[in-house]
Design a binder for this molecule. Structure first.
Ligand code: HPA
Ligand code: ZN
Length: 335
């Protein structure tokens, strides 16, 4: 199963660019940008990663990204991620980025998006990996700030496929951003939002995503299983759920294999993703392999999870068919 998973064509739909910042890179960027770190070695950084919930993760995540300052820094960050997942047979990526976490430190929006965009072009040319960008708003900041950043993105709209909502979910419901997401929809962008595992009011947040915001996808969304009518609605609409098994383990001490299998059985389009792979120390293959082991997933179930990602990806149907053919041929050739 391990080698089957490693060779399988995959798409990643839930990965935060800033969550791919590896400890060694934190050190090299700190040195280049003349930034003093609280840690002496990359291993010291890893040793500090004792997350147990969303806030404890986010405080380290925001502190570390302070080393990202120049266009080249964002280029390297994105390119290194693409290089890594190209070795894992990831064919397609939808990449989140958090512009507010950079503009708030005096880094221009253009610096961030130009660096990432250049890496996307090079990754397509050199590594054959295709990608699109999802701009996330930080839900613990104001709706006004989110709207300002949507305005900032206007000159770059053809580089962005959708908008998302991340950061601290407690008391920051989807409805807080209803206007911003309505505007994003008018601008032709796809909509997704985090409904993180076991957050306060999570089932209410999920219903807001479905009924008020009318999202095109849900990030995480494992708690939908608590509501039978919600499961039916998600299955019927064919909405993708971007589940992140290793990330979940930091919050619920399980890879949520049972829940993921239940989603598949209910016809919900669950997918497997890494979320913040440098922090959770697991990229795509590690997520799939650990999940398969915990849940004793069959080959068919693993292929279905990968198929779901291509089916719910924000790509055109020609491209989708090409990716699905690659997956089908792989499954047939290795049967
Ligand atoms: N949840 C919320 N915000 C985040 C995450 C996440 O998993 N990763 C980076 N920002
Ligand atoms: Zn996430």
């Amino acid at each position: 199963m391990r080698s089957f998973i490693e060779g399988m064509p995959k798409a990643e739909l839930h990965v935060h660019l800033e969550g791919t910042l590896e400890p060694e890179h934190i050190f090299s960027l700190a040195q280049r940008n003349g930034i003093e770190l609280d840690y002496k070695t990359p291993q010291d950084v890893i040793d500090a990663y004792n997350f147990h919930d969303l806030p404890s993760f986010l405080s380290i995540y925001y502190a570390a990204m302070g080393v990202l300052r120049e266009e080249q820094d964002f280029y390297e960050l994105a390119y290194q991620y693409f290089e890594k997942v190209a070795t894992e047979n990831v064919l397609y990526v939808e990449l989140f980025f958090d512009p507010q976490a950079h503009t708030s430190r005096g880094v221009a929006f253009a610096t961030v998006i130009d660096g990432i965009h250049r890496a996307q072009l090079d990754a397509e040319k050199n590594l054959g990996i295709q990608s699109r960008l999802i701009m996330c708003f930080l839900r613990d900041l104001s709706a006004e700030s989110a709207m300002e950043h949507l305005e900032m993105a206007r000159p770059y709209l053809e580089r962005i496929v959708g908008v998302g909502l991340d950061s601290d979910e407690k008391d920051n419901p989807p409805l807080k951003f209803a206007e911003v997401f309505k505007r994003a929809r008018e601008l032709g962008l796809k909509l997704t939002m985090h409904c993180d595992v076991n957050q306060k009011d999570i089932v209410a947040h999920l219903w807001q995503c479905l009924n008020d915001i009318q999202v095109d996808r849900i990030d995480h969304g494992v708690n939908a299983l608590e509501d039978e009518a919600m499961c039916d609605e998600i299955a019927q609409r064919g909405l993708g759920l971007t589940v992140c098994p290793v990330s979940n383990r930091f919050v619920v001490q399980s890879l949520t294999a049972t829940e993921i299998r239940t989603m598949l059985q209910k016809g919900m389009k669950a997918t497997v993703n890494s979320d913040d792979p440098a922090y959770f120390r697991a990229y795509m293959n590690d997520n799939f392999i650990a999940l398969q082991e915990e849940g004793d997933f069959t080959r068919d179930e693993i292929v279905q999870l990968s198929r779901n990602a291509f089916e719910v990806a924000w790509i055109d149907d020609v491209q989708r068919k090409r990716f699905l053919q690659a997956l089908d041929s792989y499954a047939a050739d290795t049967a």
